[in-house]
Design a binder for this molecule. Structure first.
Ligand SMILES: [Zn+2]
Length: 219
């Protein structure tokens, strides 16, 4: 067994080492290392989200992820209310297949319920991912939609965030100011395709890690 201490309060997660290392190469390197290095059985992740770690471990133990619950049951403790932080952790741990699983679930959730990720989720996504992340490609599309479709504002917001005027120009500007990468991605998107598009025009594969000509393990 190994111990992971996660988050600002050092929540302890006691995990089967073979299962963890067999499914997550990041942990295999960390806990097995090279033959001449002392082997640690403890790792600390003070800046990461314990709930996201819990979701990754559920995937390690069950090899599946649960669907996002319907909006009527959409409470903060449901396993998928933090799909964005779950994705960020999967990307950090270099787990592209898990990233694609999470994206497919999130995509279906947002498309079927006609929702958008909240401003807070967009902020988290840009703060926690790398410049080439498929999650950023998804978020910048949603940002573009939120910017241009003000007639839809009453129905298309993530119900985690109930503030009035959540898609106000002031809020969108604040997000852009906080993330120069988002400014650049939005400009690149507008040069390529000026029409705002919501998820009906896409498939989950448009936001997966695999290349366009690679076979999708989820389709
Ligand atoms: Zn795919």
């Amino acid at each position: 067994m190994v111990d992971l201490y996660v988050g600002p309060y050092n929540e302890r997660l006691h995990v089967h080492k073979a299962l963890l290392c067999g499914n997550v190469p990041y942990f295999h390197s960390m806990f097995n290392g090279s033959a001449d290095e002392p082997k640690t059985q403890v790792a600390n992740f003070p800046e990461d989200d314990p709930e996201a770690f819990d979701l990754v471990l559920r995937w390690v133990y069950r090899d599946s992820i649960e669907p996002i619950p319907s909006v009527s049951n959409f409470i903060r403790k449901s396993p998928f209310w933090k799909s964005i932080t779950f994705y960020i952790l999967a990307e950090k741990l270099c787990l592209p297949k898990l990233q694609d699983h999470i994206m497919s679930n999130a995509f279906a959730h947002y498309r079927n319920k006609d929702l958008l990720p909240s401003i807070h989720m967009m902020d988290c996504a840009y703060a926690g991912t790398s410049p080439k992340s498929p999650l950023r490609k998804f978020i910048v599309r949603e940002f573009h939609w939120a910017l241009c479709r003000k007639d839809s504002f009453n129905v298309v917001y993530d119900n985690v965030d109930h503030e009035n005027g959540v898609w106000s120009i002031d809020n969108l500007q604040s997000l852009l100011v906080a993330h120069p990468d988002l400014q650049r991605d939005l400009l690149a998107l507008l040069r390529e395709d000026v029409t705002p598009r919501h998820l009906e025009d896409f498939t989950p594969c448009d936001f997966h890690c695999h290349s366009k000509d690679e076979l999708c393990h989820l389709c």
